[in-house]
Design a protein around this ligand. Sequence first.
Ligand SMILES: Nc1ncnc2c1ncn2[C@@H]1O[C@H](COP(=O)(O)OP(=O)(O)OP(=O)(O)O)[C@@H](O)[C@H]1O
Length: 237
Amino acid sequence: MDDHRTPPIPHPVNAGRVEVFRSLESSLGTTFSSQPIVPNPNPLIIVISGPSGVGKDSVIKKLREVREDLHFVVTATSRAKRPGEIDGKDYFFITKDEFLKMIEKNELLEYALVYGEYKGVPKQQIRDYMAKGCDIVLRVDIQGAANLRRILRNSAVFVYLVAESEEALVNRLIGRKTETNEALVVRVASAREELRHLKEFDYVVVNKEGELERSVKVIDSIIEAEKARVQQRRAVV
Ligand SMILES: Nc1ncnc2c1ncn2[C@@H]1O[C@H](COP(=O)(O)OP(=O)(O)OP(=O)(O)O)[C@@H](O)[C@H]1O
């Protein structure tokens, strides 16, 4: 009678890795696939918001240093360029007519009219960078975050940055020396009002005094955790 049993798998002590590998394959009756076990995670859209002076710009600047595959969306605006601002870096400076054409052609993911000037998020820029596999960071005010939530729903991840206390936030604003006293009062009142919308965000990150690096690490970890989700978010813009 023929013996159909597969030969025993040699013990790794007595055989080379290739021999053990091959005999494991023949005992299973299939070759081992070199294909990734799960597909690459989808590019992520991260929306970062928070009160004025909390540290959004500072956090994003450092986050871009630690995550190379991150694209920070440059907003388009119809307002005039201020001294020192660079077109394409700080904003895309376009005319009001050009802006209205973009609205008409549905080329903006979200836009707002602020003190008579338009600002908005160009869709194409997001598409281009997502196609390259980059994650996208958007820095928006609370109203922008609410608009984007309505548009993107759960396909993007929404992060709200807070200071550890009102006291710390005010100190940070005073330290920046960019605000008049009247503006400071408005900023604090807005920060109180904004907190009521916290539940519309997915994550809240406390940017503690002197702990900017830690805040960046937390957001970096949020991105990593999002990349490990079984049900991936899938943003389409
Ligand atoms: N963790 C931190 N500890 C101490 N200072 C900080 C921290 N994070 C940011 N800052 C400082 O606080 C000030 C405000 O930060 P930043 O300009 O990044 O805030 P922002 O949220 O982008 O403000 P705005 O919305 O008004 O543009 C800056 O002077 C910055 O250096």
